[in-house]
Design a protein around this ligand. Structure first.
Ligand SMILES: [Zn+2]
Length: 375
């Protein structure tokens, strides 16, 4: 049952005169809502005011890591725990329109029992992924050794009716993937503006559904040399503390493997029989397209690790449909865990998205340089 429609929330700014704690003092700049006879604040406001580094939600349970203590409560319940010490709220934690709300006064009372070892930060803080300051100046790449078109096809995962993963606070994977991909395309197009033979395309540039089959067909039709899939991760149980970035490369390529040998996850035969792939592989002077995909995936991880403050989960083989059935170099990057509310908040930030996009672009450029495709 929905407790109260969002539109019915009474918005109230109050001056901090009613309470005396530092927490309450800081509340004056944030919205406070009346629900029945109780004043409520959102979990997001709490996170901002307290500068909480780690917090999350599993089903109805809310966790806040604050000053070395774990605060726990459940939606609909008065019970509240600091580490394992049970306390009672005056009113239950509520969920309204996917946002979680705490009763202000009792939350403040509970908070006052915690010894604050550091002053409360004024600015909201979130942990990774944070973009590090950009030092190098970007210079348009002027030279390439290409005597034909080289197509980089960016594939933003999901779209339309397929939302992909959805964060606890409603951020949809399909939207993050698209925005990062559009920024990546812009970045690369700008970098390659003096190289008309390098063409950057996308499988979708708006919010539309494309089947996996169609994505593979587009990659073939566009004669892509690199098929670059952008996704946002979620863990199987939507773990709130799942963290890190990872990049997949194909464990096998069905389309290009005409060998009668049984396919194996581990043994990679240097079979490259389609014309497109053969051409690339020759030009890249490499053993096969899977190995090249792995090299690119490693570079993506390396660049992301330089830029993001979150765990490097590595480059890994996988037989995802789009990796397996595309006959060209293909990777699939998972830029972060949307099920981690901290990461979700970061992924909403245009600056973080831009940083991730540029980092992905730099990995592609590094790969092209390493193959002498550009100088
Ligand atoms: Zn996805």
């Amino acid at each position: 049952m929905r407790l109260i429609p969002k539109i019915g929330l009474v918005f109230l700014l109050f001056s901090g005169l009613l309470f005396s704690s530092e927490f309450t003092n800081q509340l004056k700049n944030y919205p406070v809502y009346w629900v029945g006879k109780q004043k409520y604040i959102s979990l997001q406001t709490i996170v901002k005011i307290l500068g909480v580094q780690s917090w999350g939600r599993i089903e109805d349970r809310i966790f806040i890591d604050y000053q070395g203590k774990i605060l726990k409560g459940s939606i609909g319940s008065l019970d509240f725990y600091i580490d394992d010490k049970k306390m009672l709220l005056d009113a239950p934690i509520k969920e309204i329109e996917k946002e979680v709300f705490f009763p202000v006064e009792s939350f403040d009372r509970i908070l006052s029992t915690i010894t604050v070892s550091q002053p409360l930060p004024v600015q909201p803080k979130t942990s990774a992924p944070q973009p590090l300051p950009e030092k190098e100046k970007s210079v348009t790449i002027e030279k390439s050794g290409l005597d034909r078109d080289f197509v980089i096809l960016i594939d933003p995962g999901h779209g339309g009716k397929d939302h992909g993963a959805i964060g606890n606070f409603g951020l949809k994977e399909k939207d993050v993937n698209l925005d990062i991909s559009l920024r990546l395309k812009n970045y690369l197009t700008n970098q390659f503006k003096k190289l008309p033979r390098i063409i950057v395309k996308m499988t979708r540039e708006d919010d539309r559904f494309i089947s996996l089959d169609e994505r593979v067909e587009i990659a073939k039709r566009e004669k892509a040399d690199i098929f670059f899939c952008v996704h946002t991760n979620s863990s199987r149980f939507n773990r709130w503390n799942a963290d890190g970035f990872e990049t997949y490369y194909p464990s096998r390529k069905s389309e290009i493997n005409f060998s009668t040998e049984p396919e194996s996850e581990d043994v990679v035969e240097p079979e490259t029989t389609t014309e497109v792939v053969f051409q690339i592989v020759n030009e890249l002077n490499s053993t096969n397209v899977i190995e090249e995909s792995r090299i690119l995936a490693e570079m993506v991880q390396e660049k992301l690790a330089e830029r993001l403050i979150c765990p490097d989960r590595g480059a890994k083989p996988a037989s995802f449909y789009v990796l397996r059935y595309t006959p060209m170099i293909s990777v699939l990057v998972e830029v972060g865990f949307i099920c981690n509310p901290n990461i979700e908040a970061n992924l909403r930030d245009p600056e973080v998205r831009q940083a991730i996009s540029e980092t992905l672009g730099k990995a592609i450029i590094q790969y092209l340089r390493s193959k002498k495709i550009i100088e």
